[in-house]
Ligand binder design. Structure first.
Ligand code: NAD
Ligand code: TDX
Length: 314
């Protein structure tokens, strides 16, 4: 399969490229990434020499460029990871979230339709469903109630992707995963931020009371799920991907203290994030039933490996 991966120099995209090249000798990949502050070519160290892999620096909004890449490389499938992905930044400056996440996705969908690409995967997030109380889970039928500019922009992109299926028959599937953890994540996000700050002897800033809950999914479990949707997902369908692994921010940060062997006294409770979603939990029974996917990672093991990874790169 010839695949255009966008945003492949970021966290999940780079793990996905590594995973696919390792598992499928017959696949070739073009990685289109703008290399914003979040893109890091070191995430692809060791991959760049592979002749099945091509890197192109550019913007997903550049229709001519995307069209050219599809023709030049005979692209059959697009997997769109490219996005502005950090909630805190979206609260400070929402504009780029609309330009990249909404207009960028629209441009890709448009070019994909005109070029008659056979499959388009839109990488979305559980945050489009909003926030849960103490019980319940998000299913694919849950209403979209995004609370941050980030999640609102992702929900908008999902709606466009859906419309391109309904209106033009483009073969689109959408994945909505929960919070990923693992190697190569930007240090602005909770887990790498706490590890790098902990290693530097700095305080560990937890927003609000730290009782917000996320459903942590190992990044390679997500990559396996995305691959299944890419090869066998039904057109026009949404697939939730969760880790069956709810943890509060307090639990995560305490675990990091334990792994690093540092005192919990480093924890500092700071002002809460505006509009901070309280709890996410994902019902993945659809992808489990239809595509036979299950999260396989043992959290304690992979979390320990993740801490070891960030320790090794500082
Ligand atoms: P990331 O911020 O690590 O990477 C995003 C990548 O996109 C970067 O390499 C960046 O340079 C690139 N990019 C940004 N704007 C671009 C543009 N206009 N054109 C081309 N490239 C551009 O993000 P991530 O955490 O790897 O997330 C990837 C996708 O998965 C995003 O769509 C995000 O919404 C979604 N997602 C992430 C998580 C998570 O826990 N990280 C969970 C659910 C969904
Ligand atoms: O310093 C911090 N202190 C803190 O308490 C940071 C950076 C975060 N937090 C809290 C906020 C959240 O409750 O930790 C939790 C996780 O925060 P983030 O790592 O910013 O992730 P989140 O907001 O949950 O969003 C992530 O998962 C869904 C990704 O960034 C999104 O791209 C994805 O869609």
């Amino acid at each position: 399969m010839k695949i255009l991966v966008t945003g492949g120099a970021g966290f999940i995209g780079s793990n996905f490229i590594r995973y696919l090249l390792r598992k499928h000798p017959e696949d070739s990949i073009v990685n289109l990434d703008l290399l914003t502050y979040a893109g890091n070519l070191h995430n692809l160290d060791g991959v760049s020499d592979d002749n099945r892999y091509h890197f192109v620096q550019g913007n997903i909004r550049n229709r001519e460029l995307v069209q050219h890449l599809i023709t030049e490389y005979g692209i059959e499938t697009i997997v769109n990871f490219a996005a502005e992905s950090h909630v805190d930044r979206s609260i400070e400056n929402p504009d780029t979230f609309v330009t990249t996440n909404v207009e960028g996705t629209l441009a890709l969908l448009d070019v994909a339709r005109a070029a008659e690409v056979t499959k388009f995967i839109q990488i979305s997030t559980d945050e489009v469903y909003g926030s849960l109380g103490q019980t319940g889970t998000f299913t694919e039928e849950s209403p979209l109630q995004p609370n941050s500019p980030y999640s609102a922009s992702k929900a908008s992109a999902d709606m466009l992707a859906r419309a391109y299926f309904e209106t033009y028959g483009l073969n689109v599937s959408i994945t909505r995963s929960s919070n990923n953890y693992g190697p190569r994540q930007h240090p602005e996000k909770l887990i790498p931020r706490m590890i790098t700050r902990g290693l530097a002897g700095e305080t560990l800033p937890i927003y609000g009371d730290g009782k917000n809950v996320r459903d942590w999914l190992y990044v390679l479990d997500n990559c396996r799920a995305i691959e299944l949707v890419m090869r066998r997902g039904r057109a026009g369908e949404v697939y939730n991907i969760g880790g069956h692994n709810e943890q509060s921010n307090n639990e995560i940060v305490r675990l990091i203290c334990l792994e690093l062997g540092i005192s919990e006294d480093h924890i500092e409770y700071v002002a809460d994030r505006l509009g901070h979603d309280r709890r996410y939990a994902v019902d993945s029974s659809k992808i489990e039933r239809e595509l036979g996917w299950q999260p396989e990672a043992d959290f304690k093991t992979e979390f320990g490996q993740t801490v070891a990874y960030y320790r090794s790169i500082v």
